[in-house]
Design a protein around this ligand. Structure first.
Ligand SMILES: [Zn+2]
Length: 415
């Protein structure tokens, strides 16, 4: 009797010890589960992007099913968690391409995502290795298969060419490139609100996103230019969408823009940095440390926003340099006019137009500037950037700068 009770107790204790051992070693034995940590859906008129962010590089297999058209993406060795289960809730009613997404366990190793689409689509699917604040990303872009080009906006076709690796920004050299403004010619302005979609741009201390502020400024500027007779305006993006830098430049060239204006509100590692500044392209290296730093962060935009492939396709030869140099001189003149105007409403970070190798300013034949409206990293300026008043003041200053540039003999491209 005694013996039995003792044995029972011993067995009981042994069980506890074994349980403790199993519990303590299990995290080591079972490697940390691979899972999706975030899902973001960016619906836009040109394309809808779905981003799956995960703690490991995702392995996937993709195929389509017909009637109704569905895109199937199988994810290998991934956990079915609540983030995945709730993916369907992220679809907007107004999404032009996505109707619904179903998710389920196909077998022990495969999670199957089924995207039902509203229209016939073309798919771009690719992975991005960790960069900036992002971990591993799997990007699924839904483009319309039958091209519905919006008005005279060539964006969709340019994105299509870009995805096929066919986008060509190389210069077609005309015999006589630049001339004085011709009377009665409509001046075409391309506004480029920086960043968008997966690429938020700089983020203020109070979570203000650069991509949102610059789009608001761009809209105000667009209205101002639209009211001007003999001026026409286009934007590289009208909504919260990611557009590669090269496509922005290509769009300006396609629309035969006379000026390209990239609007930003960036951050510097020193929160004290403040004031507005303007940049033009440099082909010989940056003119200041700030310019170099900002150009580097700007040029990262493509990898942050997510492109399947990238590469600088600009030709680098003498003729190109000659034209580019003439264009840069015009960019500097234009930048100086805008800087003068902005100087009336905000303190200037620097009194002259700075230069660095900004990829978005590389249209060889269009005077292009990048405006750092203010530093979103500076708490005082972040507050200011959020106000409708400051946004309007900046837009008006740019608008006045455009007018004074042309009034002071600014040239337009002969076409
Ligand atoms: Zn920026």
């Amino acid at each position: 009797m005694y013996h039995l009770k003792y044995d029972f107790l011993r067995l009981y204790l042994l069980q506890i010890v074994i349980t403790i051992i199993i519990l303590s070693i299990s995290p080591l034995v079972l490697t940390s589960p691979s899972s999706i940590i975030a899902i973001r859906i960016w619906p836009a008129s040109s394309y809808t992007r779905v981003t799956l962010e995960s703690n490991i590089a995702l392995k996937y297999h993709q195929f389509t099913l017909s009637s109704p058209e569905r895109i199937v993406i199988d994810l290998k060795n991934i956990q079915l968690n609540n983030i995945l289960r709730n993916i369907d809730k992220q679809i907007s009613l107004h999404d032009p391409y996505l109707k619904l997404i179903r998710v389920g366990k196909f077998d022990q190793k495969i999670i199957r995502l089924v995207f039902q689409v509203k229209t016939h689509v073309n798919l771009q699917i690719f992975t991005i290795t960790p960069i900036s604040n992002f971990i591993h990303r799997l990007v699924i872009d839904f483009y319309p298969a039958i091209n519905v080009y919006l008005n005279d906006d060539p964006l969709l076709r340019l994105l299509e060419d870009y995805n096929k690796g066919k986008l060509n920004n190389t210069l077609i050299i005309k015999s006589k490139k630049i001339s004085k403004i011709k009377k009665n010619r409509t001046i075409i302005i391309m506004i480029d609100p920086g960043h968008g979609g997966e690429d938020p741009g700089a983020i203020g201390k109070y979570k203000t996103l650069e991509k949102d502020i610059v789009l608001k400024i761009a809209w105000i500027l667009k209205i101002l230019i639209n009211h001007e007779p003999k001026m026409k305006v286009y934007m590289t993006r009208n909504e919260d969408i990611f557009i590669p830098l090269q496509v922005r430049v290509a769009k300006a060239r396609k629309m035969q823009a006379d000026l390209f204006i990239s609007i930003h509100a960036d951050a510097f590692d020193n929160r004290k940095a403040k004031g507005s500044s303007i940049f033009a392209l440099s082909i010989k290296g940056a003119t200041s440390n700030t310019a170099r730093y900002l150009a580097q962060t700007q040029n990262k935009s493509d990898v942050i926003g997510g492109v399947s492939k990238s590469g600088d396709k600009y030709l680098d030869h003498t003729m190109f340099d000659l034209i580019q140099t003439a264009t840069i001189n015009d960019s500097l003149k234009f930048g100086t006019e805008v800087l003068k105007q902005i100087g009336n409403i905000n303190r200037l970070h620097k009194n002259i137009v700075d230069q660095a190798g900004f990829a978005v300013l590389k249209a060889p034949d269009i005077p292009s500037i990048l405006i750092e409206t203010a530093f979103i990293s500076n708490v005082e300026e972040e507050k200011k950037l959020k106000t409708a008043k400051f946004q309007k003041q900046i837009a008006e200053s740019i608008f006045n700068g455009i007018k004074s540039y042309f009034n002071n003999g600014g040239k337009v491209t002969l076409r």
